[in-house]
Structure formats: structure tokens, C-alpha cells
Design a protein around this ligand. Structure first.
Ligand code: ZN
Length: 128
């Protein structure tokens, strides 16, 4: 499997309270006083959230995310995840020398192409 970073965009609404004599002046003053958004520390890093400087400023995000770009970060053929639970699969080698992958969560077993297999097919049967 490959590790991807998927990039998306969403609309954030920005609010700023300013005293002014007209709407145009209010927009001008908001522009002067808050011309860009700043990165904020939290949620696992220093570039995760949007922060503002004052209590009279606010940023609200409440729109759908439009996922529009994807970048490949890593290619690890040994990393295989269960298509159902997204748990990392355990590699198992059977008595016949062939490999299958077992999900530790749901117990489903897969071959190389993610076809569901029966683990009994990979081990010698003990006839009693
Ligand atoms: Zn599973």
C-alpha cells in the first residue's frame, strides 16, 4: 500500500468587529487590522488550526471539505490493510510456503490480491 496525503479546501468565515462611520470604512478598517490568518498550535502540530489575535476576531469553519489534490508520501508494499476495518494485516506463511494476510480485527484472510481466502488451504490437514 502507499501512504498518501490528501489535500482539501473549505470555506472559513472570518468575523472582525470594528468601529466606523460607514460600511466601506468598516471593511477598510477590518482589512487594515486583520489582513491575514495566522497558524495556531494544537491538534498535533503548529500548523493545524487557524488562530486569531484578539477577542473581537473570529474564524468559523462550517462548510464541506472539497478534496482536490493528493500527494504520494510513501510506498510500502509490506503495509497491507484490511479493506473492511483498515487494520494493518498480519502476514502469515502457511505449511505450503505460500503467504496470506490475516486481519487481527475481523479475522478475515486475504491473498496478495485482497481476495478472501480460507487459511485452512495453507496448512497441511491433520487427518485423524
Ligand atoms: Zn478486518
Amino acid at each position: 500500500m502507499k501512504l498518501y496525503r490528501v489535500l482539501g479546501n473549505t470555506v472559513v468565515s472570518v468575523f472582525k468587529e470594528v468601529w466606523a462611520n460607514s460600511k466601506d470604512e468598516a471593511i477598510e478598517r477590518a482589512c487594515e487590522e486583520l489582513h491575514c490568518l495566522t497558524e495556531y498550535c494544537g491538534n498535533g502540530g503548529c500548523d493545524k488550526l487557524v488562530g486569531v489575535d484578539g477577542s473581537d476576531e473570529s474564524v468559523a469553519a462550517d462548510d464541506k471539505i472539497e478534496w482536490d489534490d493528493v500527494e504520494e508520501l510513501e510506498d510500502d508494499p509490506d503495509h497491507r490493510e484490511c479493506p473492511n476495518c483498515h487494520e494493518e494485516l498480519d502476514e502469515v506463511t502457511g505449511d505450503n510456503g505460500e503467504t496470506y494476510w490475516e486481519c487481527p480485527e475481523c479475522g478475515t484472510c486475504y491473498d496478495e490480491d485482497y481476495e478472501v481466502v480460507d487459511p485452512e488451504d495453507y496448512f497441511d490437514e491433520d487427518e485423524e
